[in-house]
Design a protein. Structure first.
Length: 123
């Protein structure tokens, strides 16, 4: 971007509020100091941090569904995440792998439609 007298100006990026969703279908190993939900979160945090120059920041709220199947939408953290999306608190949802969000193609399509209707990106 060029300002007055041809000087380059930099525009501060808008903040992109990123929610991190994690899921493990069984509760086996979740009582460990560092478990798969932590590893998924760490990977998502690293990706979000790599986008810091674009204004990305991760939300401190945890959306962790340990011991819940991806074949159902009836998961407490997912319900809270979707409520926060509807409430305008989230701009981006980060997942380690898409199957963490849903193992059902129909449910995944519904989730994508809902996210898109609120202008929320999925990464």
């Amino acid at each position: 971007m060029t300002g007055r007298k041809g000087r380059k100006t930099t525009k501060k990026p808008d903040v992109v509020r990123c929610a991190i969703y994690t899921r493990k279908s069984t509760d086996e190993g979740l009582d460990s100091d560092f478990n798969t939900l932590d590893a998924q979160r760490e990977a998502a945090e690293a990706y979000i941090a790599s986008q810091k120059a674009e204004g990305w920041t991760f939300l401190p709220d945890r959306y962790d569904d340990g011991g819940f199947s991806g074949g159902t939408m009836d998961r407490p953290a997912l319900r809270q995440l979707l409520a926060d999306v509807e409430g305008g608190k989230v701009d981006c949802v980060a997942v380690y792998k898409l199957d963490r969000l849903s193992r059902s193609l129909l449910d995944f399509a519904r989730l994508m439609e809902m996210l898109e209707s609120h202008g929320v990106a999925l990464v």
